[in-house]
Write a protein of this length. Structure first.
Length: 93
């Protein structure tokens, strides 16, 4: 069991369920004139990293709902933490 939980595929597997509920998609639909979402993968990867890191569920939810507020004042270069928090709000886009 520990070996399975430590696999990066653990987060990928469970992220599929979360991303499905969240309405994640790399594009707007399935037609020829489909609008691509070029940065959608960043939110997907955030979810996978969070699950693999065993991030507490309440923190996971708060980051997605208020990550832009938690990131604080943004002047100049962003820190890794600020980028992570802003990426989490991809759920709202």
């Amino acid at each position: 069991v520990d070996e399975l939980l430590q696999s990066p595929h653990y987060g990928e597997r469970w992220a599929r369920h979360w991303l499905d509920v969240a309405g994640y998609a790399d594009s707007e639909g399935y037609i020829v004139n489909d609008v691509v979402r070029p940065w959608a993968w960043k939110y997907r990867d955030y979810v996978i990293r969070s699950l693999n890191a065993n991030k507490p569920f309440d923190q996971f939810i708060v980051e997605q709902l208020a990550g832009d507020e938690l990131a604080g004042k943004r002047e100049g270069d962003l820190t890794e933490k600020q980028i992570e928090l802003l990426t989490a709000t991809g759920f709202l886009r």
